[in-house]
Design a protein around this ligand. Structure first.
Ligand code: WTA
Length: 653
C-alpha cells in the first residue's frame, strides 16, 4: 500500500454527510468571496444572548490584533447546556466510565445543568467572579467538564492543568495564571498506578508560596485513598458544593472575554498560556466538530484525549455539547483490566465516533486483529485522529480492522493555538488518502511557503502558514503579547506560521511532515526541547546539554538528552538527569535515553549542531553530511562511540 492509495467517498458517509462534493466547493468559494457573511452564518451554529453583527476585525500586521464577533454576547455554558434543555433535556449529555469498573455515570443535559449550576454558585460563594482564574487538575471524571462549564457560567477563566505535571510545573502555572481557586482530586487511579494529585498540589502551593493567589482548594474524592486537608484552605468538593442551588443565572459575556487559558510548549523558554476567548472559540468548536464529525444529537462521541489538552477541551467538552451530542469520557487505560478494554467500552456504550491519537492506534495495532474482532463495533460510523502524523499503514488498520472498511477515517490537523480542526476531510464530500490530513476546512486559508516566507503554488513542500484569521485562533499569550507576535508572526509579516512543515500533492491534499522548530511530539504530548534543556541545565553538575527528538515506532518520537558533566570527577548519572526532568516538568517528559558526554558537536561559532545529534541518536550514521563546519570533527566519532559502542540497539528504536 502506498501513499497514493485513494479511498473513495464511503457509501455510508455519503448517507449521513451534510454536504455533497459540489456543495462543499460552493461553501469554500463563498467563504473566500464573502468571509464576513460566511462566518456570521457559521455563528448561528451556537446560541448567543445577542447576535453579533460583525465577524472579524483586526490584522495580522504590526502588533497583531484579533477580534471576532466583538459586538455579540453569550455564555458558553448556555450554548452547551441551556440551549438544549427545550428539546433534549433528558438526552444523555455525558457518559463517564471509571477505570477497571463496570460503572458509568450518565448525566442528561438536565442533570448536567444542575451540577454545573451548583458548582457555579459555590465558586461565586468563594468570591470567584468574572475574569478570575480557576485552576482545574482532575482525572477524566464528569467533574472535569462540570468545573470548566461552571467557570464559564460565572465568567471565570479556566486553566486546566495536566495530571502528569510535577509540583514545580504546577507552581509556575498557578503563579503565572494568578488562579484564586483550585479544583483537584485526591488521586488519579489508572490500573495499578496512582498519581497523588492533592499531595502534588500541596507541594506546588508550598513552592509557589506568597506568589500564588490561591485561597481555596476544592478536593474531589475519586477513590478511598486518604487525603490530608488544610482546614483553612481545603474544602471537600461534594460536602461543599452539593448544598448550593441547582440553578445559576449565567453571566453575559462579551464575545472577546477570555474563556480559558491553556499552557502549551513552544520552541523557546517555559510553556506559556494560550488565551482563547468566548464567542470565536465556541463558534469554532461547533463548526469544526460539526463539519468533520457531522455529529447529530444521538451520536456518542468518544474522544480519548485528556481534558487538559486542547483536544479534550474542544472534542470532549465544548464541540460535542455545543452540537447537542453525547460525549463520553473514560478514566482509564486501554489495556486494563484486559487488553480489549477500549473495544469493550465501544460495544457497551454504542459509541458512534471514536477519536484518538496515532500513538494509541499504533499500540492497539500491536495487540493484533483478533482482539478487536471479538467485540461488536457495529455502532461505529466515524473514526478520527489528531495530534501526530498517522502513517498510511496505521490509517489502513484503523479503517479496515476497527472500522471494518465501513467508517471513514478523518485525520485532523490542529494545534492548541488553532483551538479546532484546520485541515481535515469532510466525510462524504471528499475522497480520503491514508496518511494525509486532506485539505483546509472552508474558510481556512492556508499556504505553504519557502523558508523566506515566499508562497509556493501548486504541488510542493514548505512551511505551513495561515493567511487569514479564523474564529478559534488564539488571541494572545497570557500577559505576553510581544511573545505571541514574535512566536507566530515574525517568520513572515502578515502570516501565522504554525511551526509545522507540510507537502501538498497535485490534488491539493496536505501531508504533514512534522515540526520545523524545536518542539517534539512524544505520544501526542507536545514538549519543547528548550524546556527540557532548562530542566537538565538547572543541575549545577551539568555545564551544557542538548535534547533532541528521534523517531519511535509507537510513541512517534522519543526524547534523547546529551549532557556534559562539569568535570570528570562529578558524579552524575543518566538517572539523576531523568529525575531532574521529572521533577521540573513531570514524568511524562522524562527522557527515553540520556548520555553523559565529554563534549557536543559545535559550529566554529560555538552553536550546538542538534541536527547531527538527531542523526547520531537515530542511527543515521551514513548520512551525517558535511562535517567541515564543526569546530572539532573528532567529537563526532567520540559521540558515535558513546551512543553505539556499548549497545548495539538503542532502547528508543
Ligand atoms: C502536531 C494537538 C500531523 C503538529 C491537536 C502540531 C499533527 C502539533 C496532527 C500541535 C496531524 C497535530 N498530523 N501532525 N493530524 N495534528 N499535529 O498543540 O505538529 O498539542 O503543530 O495540539 O501536533 O499539538 P497540540
Amino acid at each position: 500500500m502506498s501513499e497514493h492509495t485513494i479511498i473513495p467517498v464511503h457509501p455510508q458517509s455519503a448517507e449521513y454527510s451534510l454536504l455533497t462534493p459540489s456543495q462543499l466547493q460552493a461553501m469554500t468559494r463563498r467563504a473566500e468571496r464573502d468571509p464576513d457573511g460566511f462566518w456570521l452564518d457559521q455563528a448561528e451554529r451556537i446560541h448567543w444572548h445577542s447576535n453579533p453583527t460583525r465577524a472579524f476585525c483586526g490584522s495580522f500586521q504590526d502588533d497583531v490584533e484579533i477580534n471576532w464577533y466583538h459586538d455579540g454576547t453569550l455564555n458558553a455554558s448556555v450554548s452547551c447546556i441551556d440551549s438544549h434543555l427545550g428539546d433534549r433535556a433528558d438526552q444523555v449529555a455525558l457518559i463517564s466510565h471509571r477505570d477497571g469498573t463496570d460503572e458509568a455515570e450518565k448525566l442528561t443535559y438536565r442533570m448536567l445543568h444542575e451540577r454545573v449550576c451548583r458548582l457555579a454558585n459555590a465558586l461565586q460563594h468563594l468570591g470567584v467572579s468574572r475574569g478570575d482564574r480557576v485552576a482545574i487538575s482532575l482525572p477524566m471524571v464528569s467533574e472535569a467538564p462540570i468545573a470548566m462549564l461552571a467557570c464559564a457560567r460565572i465568567g471565570a477563566v479556566h486553566v486546566v492543568l495536566f495530571g502528569g505535571l510535577s509540583a514545580e510545573a504546577i507552581a509556575e502555572r498557578l503563579v503565572d495564571s494568578g488562579a484564586r481557586v483550585v479544583i483537584t482530586a485526591n488521586e488519579i487511579a489508572r490500573g495499578a498506578k496512582r498519581i497523588p494529585l492533592k499531595h502534588i498540589m500541596d507541594e506546588a502551593l508550598k513552592k509557589a508560596g506568597a506568589e500564588s493567589a490561591v485561597e481555596t482548594v476544592l478536593v474531589l474524592r475519586t477513590t478511598d485513598a486518604p487525603v490530608a486537608m488544610l482546614p483553612e484552605r481545603d474544602l471537600d468538593f461534594h460536602d461543599f458544593v452539593d448544598w448550593f442551588e441547582p440553578d445559576c443565572i449565567p453571566e453575559i459575556m462579551n464575545a472577546e472575554d477570555p474563556l480559558f487559558l491553556l499552557y502549551t510548549s513552544g520552541s523557546t523558554g517555559k510553556p506559556k498560556a494560550v488565551v482563547h476567548t468566548t464567542g470565536g472559540y465556541m463558534v469554532w468548536a461547533a463548526y469544526t466538530m460539526g463539519m468533520v464529525y457531522t455529529h447529530r444529537p444521538n451520536d456518542v462521541l468518544w474522544c480519548t484525549a485528556d481534558v487538559a489538552w486542547i483536544t479534550g477541551h474542544t472534542s470532549v467538552v465544548y464541540g460535542p455539547l455545543a452540537n447537542g451530542s453525547t460525549t463520553m469520557m473514560f478514566d482509564g487505560l486501554p489495556s486494563y483490566p484486559q487488553p480489549g478494554r477500549w473495544w469493550e467500552l465501544i460495544e457497551r456504550h454504542k459509541v458512534t465516533m471514536l477519536f484518538t491519537a496515532p500513538t494509541a492506534i499504533r499500540s492497539l495495532m500491536r495487540e493484533g486483529d483478533d482482539l478487536v474482532n471479538r467485540y461488536d463495533l457495529s455502532s461505529l460510523r466515524l473514526l478520527g485522529t489528531a495530534g501526530e502524523p498517522i502513517s498510511p499503514d496505521a490509517w489502513m488498520w484503523y479503517h479496515d480492522v476497527v472500522g471494518k472498511g465501513r467508517c471513514p477515517v478523518v485525520d485532523t490537523w490542529w494545534q492548541t493555538e488553532t483551538a479546532g480542526i484546520m485541515l481535515g476531510p469532510i466525510p462524504g464530500a471528499q475522497k480520503l488518502k491514508p496518511g494525509s490530513a486532506t485539505m483546509p476546512l472552508p474558510g481556512v486559508s492556508m499556504v505553504l511557503t519557502d523558508t523566506k516566507g515566499d508562497v509556493i503554488e501548486g504541488a510542493g513542500e514548505g512551511c505551513l502558514c495561515v493567511t487569514r484569521s479564523w474564529p478559534g485562533q488564539a488571541r494572545t499569550l497570557w500577559k505576553d503579547h510581544a511573545r505571541f507576535q514574535q512566536t507566530y508572526f515574525s517568520f513572515s509579516p502578515g502570516l501565522y506560521f504554525t511551526g509545522d512543515g507540510a507537502r501538498r500533492d497535485a490534488d491539493g491534499y496536505y501531508w504533514i511532515t512534522g515540526r520545523m522548530d524545536d518542539v517534539i511530539n512524544i505520544s501526542g504530548h507536545r514538549i519543547g526541547t528548550a524546556e527540557i534543556e532548562e530542566a537538565v541545565g538547572a543541575d549545577r553538575r551539568i555545564t551544557e546539554c542538548a535534547a533532541v527528538g528521534v523517531p519511535h515506532s509507537v510513541k512517534g518520537q522519543a526524547l534523547v538528552v546529551f549532557a556534559i558533566a562539569r568535570d570528570e570527577q562529578t558524579s552524575i548519572t543518566p538517572e539523576d538527569i531523568t529525575r531532574q526532568v521529572s521533577l521540573a516538568i513531570g514524568r511524562y517528559a522524562a527522557p527515553d535515553e540520556v548520555f553523559i558526554v565529554p563534549d557536543l558537536p559545535r559550529t566554529r561559532s560555538g552553536k550546538i549542531v542538534r541536527r547531527l545529534l538527531r542523526k547520531i541518536a537515530s542511527g543515521e550514521l551514513d548520512t551525517l553530511g558535511d562535517l567541515s563546519m564543526l569546530s572539532d570533527a573528532d567529537s563526532v566519532d567520540m559521540l558515535i562511540n558513546t551512543v553505539w559502542k556499548e549497545e548495539q540497539t538503542l532502547n528508543v528504536a
